[in-house]
Ligand binder design. Structure first.
Ligand code: MTE
Ligand code: MO
Length: 426
């Protein structure tokens, strides 16, 4: 950490001393001094007793002190929780992998309970031989592992008209990023045989789930044969019920709606179905009333997750870690810039690891905060050369009628007390 500070800035040692002085001065903070701190000088209760035995929690949950790090919904957004959405607490996470237990959920007819024994996947339509796979059948095909983000097209959708929701969990939390294990869809389609489909150019598949909504979507054959996965594990373990147990479709970089959960059927077709989910929903109405269609890929986007309204600065001026997430549905994130002044000046952020295709990247900018207000923004670049647009730029092209595919630059106003608000710069 010390490496990131220039000569003028405090050394690690000065920094620690400074922090102690600072908290000693403020009534609310605990006193941290070398000699008088009972946490240092007294033998604590937890050192006088033994802790839990190994089997206290055969499948563990986070420690109670982290109980605020949970998915949350916004009551007024939807009429009920069956056809609804909740949000990943991205303000409280770090790294890039989203634990399944707090990864956002989006259901059209609730999360169903489908046993592996009852699971069937049918491949039909323009194939040489229609096939039905059981869960066990799927486990016998060669597997792949990939980390991919899944972003609902409606993520940030409430922010089109103006700054709305005061928390990055709510403005940007319709996203999760997991390591999937599964079988390439290509493998299963080839098993059924695609000779019957003839020229594969212009061919489609239609995918649907076993839930009441079925959430059917058309996907061009080119994508189906490229990187789509039929996944049964996420972050090493079985998918959770709410994410499509036992099998879901993973459609890298493309809008979350196409990631069909409880996947039960893949039909090969010579044209798209034009289902509800790809006509009246998940299309973007422009200013002139016409709608953009087939807007599958999620364009490059980023957001500062801390500081943010739910993660204010509590330590006063001095060293401050600014951190956030960046992603692109068209490839790897190549660079992220951060602005402290609402986009007038930009500083290149540090990527924790080089970006990988269609996966979240974690960025950091380590600054010396002078305690003055900031207008924090981040701007993602991807390997195609695309740069995340400002809200103004996006509105010029897309108008104000859209819900989906809002990938504009987000602004957080940090005041001198360290409190943070969702604002818009004009
Ligand atoms: N079968 C089925 N698949 C579905 C849905 C659904 O309601 N039913 N919702 C879709 C939508 S709109 C999104 S954004 C993603 C959300 O995936 P998650 O619940 O794992 O976050 O699943 C998609 N797949
Ligand atoms: Mo979605």
């Amino acid at each position: 950490m010390a490496n990131n500070f220039s000569n003028k800035k405090p050394s690690r040692r000065q920094f620690l001393a400074g922090a102690a002085a600072l908290s000693a001065g403020s009534a609310a903070a605990g006193s941290v001094s070398a000699s008088g701190d009972p946490l240092i000088t007294e033998v604590q209760e937890w050192a006088q007793i033994t802790g839990d035995g190994v089997d206290a929690t055969p499948y563990g949950l986070p420690i109670e002190f982290e109980k605020d790090v949970v998915r949350r919904n916004v009551g007024w957004l939807t009429a009920d929780t069956i056809s609804s959405i909740n949000f990943t607490p991205i303000h409280a996470l770090d790294g890039t992998i989203t634990p399944q237990g707090c990864a956002f959920e989006r259901h059209h007819s609730g999360a169903i309970e489908l046993r592996k024994q009852d699971y069937r996947l049918m491949i039909n339509g323009l194939v040489d031989q229609e096939l039905i796979f059981t869960y066990e059948d799927l486990e016998r095909f060669p597997r792949e592992q990939h980390v991919y983000f899944c972003e609902c097209a409606a993520n940030t959708g409430m922010e089109w008209a103006g700054a709305q929701l005061n928390g990055v969990q709510f403005t940007h939390g319709m996203i999760h990023n997991m390591e999937y294990t599964g079988v390439p869809l290509r493998t299963l389609l080839n098993e059924a045989g695609l000779n019957a489909a003839g020229d594969l150019k212009g061919k489609w598949i239609f995918v649907e789930g076993a839930d009441a909504s079925s959430n059917g979507r058309s996907i061009p054959m080119e994508k189906a044969l490229d990187d789509v996965l039929v996944a049964f594990k996420a972050n090493g373990e079985a998918l959770r019920k709410e994410h499509g147990y036992p099998v879901r479709l993973v459609v890298p970089g493309w809008e979350g709606n196409m990631w069909v959960k409880w996947l039960r059927r893949v039909e090969v077709l010579d044209k798209p179905v034009e289902s509800r989910e790809e006509t009246s929903k998940y299309t973007d109405t422009l200013a002139d009333g016409t709608s953009r269609k087939w807007t599958w890929a999620m364009d490059a986007k980023s957001v500062v997750t801390s500081p943010s309204p739910q993660a204010p600065v509590t330590h006063g001026k001095g060293p401050l870690v600014i951190s956030g997430l960046a992603w692109s549905g068209r490839g790897a994130v190549s660079r992220v810039d951060v602005s402290l002044d609402g986009g007038k000046n930009w500083h290149e952020a540090r990527l924790a690891k080089p970006g990988t295709k269609m996966a979240l990247a974690r960025f950091y900018l380590d600054i010396e905060w002078n305690g003055e207000e900031m207008f924090l923004q981040s701007r993602a670049h991807d390997e195609t050369g695309y740069v995340q647009p400002t809200k103004e730029e996006l509105r010029e092209v897309r108008g104000l009628n859209s819900i989906y595919h809002n990938n504009c630059i987000q602004t957080w106003w940090v005041n001198s007390a360290g409190e943070v608000e969702n604002v818009e710069i004009s």
